[in-house]
Ligand binder design. Structure first.
Ligand SMILES: Cc1cc2nc3c(=O)[nH]c(=O)nc-3n(C[C@H](O)[C@H](O)[C@H](O)COP(=O)(O)O)c2cc1C
Length: 181
């Protein structure tokens, strides 16, 4: 199949509109899992759907997520110094949609989705395929996002769950034929 289009830009210049479209299309061709980053400040909890989760280091155990600077989450993590990352299971696309909704405020809990707490008291999505609880290790503002590096202090994996996947702007499950769920 022919590529949809090909555009390039010189280093240091703003991307032209045609490149923006091709850039987004290229990124949509990358299949990922779906995670929800959550944190707590006092009694208030907040979560955000994130596909930019990446494992980073074994010694020390580090992971990273890239969070939009326009969202409140980078600032909340800067303040709380701690967060959880729930790796969603194939049954949890409703949780992904919930935590991707724009304009949400921190709340006292996630009753619509179901919440559990890590040993360190961070909120996490109940019954996710896995979760990691992290201390803020490092952060770097890069472009319009902030790279948040977390040092993992707790990790739980549930081997009876399959992952939720995201590919070409649709949720998928392992072995699916591409039909959206
Ligand atoms: C599957 C999926 C993956 C996403 N991945 C990221 C991500 O890695 N980083 C990020 O900042 N936002 C990501 N988003 C967008 C946020 O979840 C959220 O929709 C967006 O920040 C809008 O909320 P806001 O307008 O209140 O900031 C993703 C959304 C979806 C549906």
């Amino acid at each position: 199949m022919e590529p949809s289009n090909a555009h390039a830009t010189a280093p240091g210049t703003a991307a032209p509109p045609e490149l923006r479209t091709c850039f987004k299309d290229a990124l949509a061709s990358w299949a990922s899992g779906v995670s929800v980053v959550t944190t707590r400040l006092g009694d208030l909890v907040y979560g955000l759907t994130v596909s930019s989760f990446t494992s980073l280091s074994m010694e020390p155990p580090l992971v990273l997520v890239c969070l939009a600077n326009t969202n409140r989450m980078p600032g909340m993590i800067r303040e709380s110094r701690r967060f959880a990352i729930s790796l969603l299971s194939s049954e949890q696309n409703a949780a992904s949609t919930y935590f991707a909704r724009s304009g949400r405020e921190p709340t006292s809990g996630f009753p619509e989705i179901g919440e559990e707490r890590t040993n360190a008291g961070m909120p996490a999505v109940k019954d996710a395929a896995a979760f990691l609880c992290c201390d803020l290790f490092n952060e770097m503002v890069v472009g319009d996002h902030t790279i948040i590096v977390g040092r993992v202090v707790e990790a739980v994996a549930r081997h009876d769950r399959e992952p939720l996947l995201y590919y070409r702007r649709q949720y998928r499950v392992l072995g699916s034929d591409g039909a959206s769920r």
